[in-house]
Unconditional design. Sequence first.
Length: 277
Amino acid sequence: METELLVRAAQRGDAASLTRLFQAHYAGMRSVAQQILGAGPDADDVCQEAAITVLTRIGQLRDPSAVRFWLHTIVRNLCRTRLRQAQPVPMDMSDLDLAFAADDPVERYADRDWVRHALARLSPALRPVTMLRYFSAHDSYERIAGLCVIPVGTVRSRLNEARRQLSKILPLVRDERHDESAALTTLRRAEAAAILDGSPGAVRGRWAHSAVVCWPDGRRTTGLSSVVDSLRRAVSPQRLVDVVAAPDVTVWETTTGTWLLHERGGQVRNVRLAVDV
């Protein structure tokens, strides 16, 4: 019954319900993809494509009780299409090694999925600085301070506290399932890809109409439309490199810079961009 309620809410445009629905079924969808394509980046890529399909077609699902079968069918069809096209396997940037300071308790877990999973356990104020420090090129204290609009000293103190918390959290979550965290990242990556490609229709409801966007040149605009218009006018397109997602915070890493998105109530409310230098 709860699943059916989530489907109905998602069809009405409730982003939080769609996220919960996708997270609940992500493990099964990924399992289907791996059965057809094998374990590896191809299966993850198909799940990202499936996320875009779910975003655009959830309204077409007539029987909410059949959502599991519907989701698995989407994955199977995408897998078969991929096999027919025989596309080369894309590089998964999340598999690249991350550089951590020698005295950092996160270092010994740098190549583990549960590092990202553990971000959800951090205090909300600590998540943005931690995500930027460990999962983006925008990782100096000064650059993090600029994106988060806090003093450099606050960045240092929050990172110290984050390291203290993670030293306790990481060993505890090592054996937990990370499907929910992976599903959230997949959804947010699909959202980022749609927006950067200039096709935001499916994710428009995820952005509040009053969302404030702060650009590197000091401009402040409002709403997703202003983002899409600016991207279309840009001389060179931004390509997505990586996405890190945690509750209420998402970081997009692109070929030209870093986006920091803050959410409230399942909608993006504030966005800040910084260019790489």
